[in-house]
Design a protein around this ligand. Structure first.
Ligand SMILES: C[S@@+](CC[C@H](N)C(=O)[O-])C[C@H]1O[C@@H](n2cnc3c(N)ncnc32)[C@H](O)[C@@H]1O
Length: 211
């Protein structure tokens, strides 16, 4: 996502009540931070935040935490995160390479990966968010019944992910190569990228994986 830089982006993140800055200190304490015992769902690569803020509004009994690597992108999510009376969503500016430092074992219940960067070159395979290096980290922080939900427009990334997920002992379910013509579209919340690809008539690939 190439975006022009926004003035005072860092300051705007620091001042915003929904942005967490001491995420590693919260390891093992996220339920205390939300002040309830509700399940915790995270989105990795939340972009401008339309998906996670809508999910939080629609599901007040679930807590959401979005992760985004770039300040310049996250700052564009602040308006979405500011929804009045929605207290169950937080966001962190961070590369999820370090996710094990943020959650302890079994601390979260679901991971959303929406339109993750495809990293098409073989030599960048390890950066794909469904590479087994990431799957191992997800396995550690997800609760025993925890799930990964993955959507993409990218056929090659989807094929890679299917293979990677099965090869490493996860169970696949609700797999479709055309989400918007499938039964799984019910209750689907669209991301910014998804809206763009759907408007171009492109199919959306989708899967769920659990241990
Ligand atoms: C293609 S965009 C999709 C944004 C949004 N999920 C959507 O569907 O509209 C991918 C986003 O993931 C972020 N991202 C990629 N790798 C990441 C990582 N390792 N940690 C955190 N965010 C990451 C990128 O900065 C970018 O904003």
């Amino acid at each position: 996502m190439r975006l022009r830089s926004i003035k005072n982006a860092d300051e705007r993140l620091i001042e915003h009540p929904r942005i967490v800055h001491n995420e590693k200190e919260n390891r093992g304490k996220w339920k205390e931070i939300f002040d309830n015992d509700n399940p915790i769902h995270i989105e990795i690569g939340m972009g401008k935040g339309q998906f996670i803020s809508t999910m939080a509004k629609n599901n007040p009994n679930i807590n959401y935490i979005g992760f985004e690597k770039f300040t310049n992108v996250l700052v564009r999510a602040l308006k979405n995160l500011n929804e009045e009376n929605v207290n169950n969503v937080l966001a962190v500016r961070m590369d999820v390479e370090e996710i094990l430092e943020v959650f302890e074992e079994s601390e979260i219940d679901r991971i959303y990966l929406n339109f993750s960067d495809p990293w098409p070159k073989d030599r960048h395979e390890k950066r794909r968010l469904t590479h087994h290096g990431f799957l191992e980290r997800y396995n550690s922080i997800l609760s025993p019944n925890g799930t990964i939900c993955f959507k993409t427009d990218n056929k090659d990334l989807f094929d890679f992910s299917l293979e990677e997920i099965e090869k490493h002992g996860w169970k696949l379910k609700k797999v479709t190569r055309d989400l918007h013509s499938s039964v799984y579209v019910e209750g689907n919340v669209m991301t910014e990228y998804e809206e763009k690809f759907v408007s171009l008539g492109m199919p959306i690939y989708r899967l769920e994986a659990s241990r």
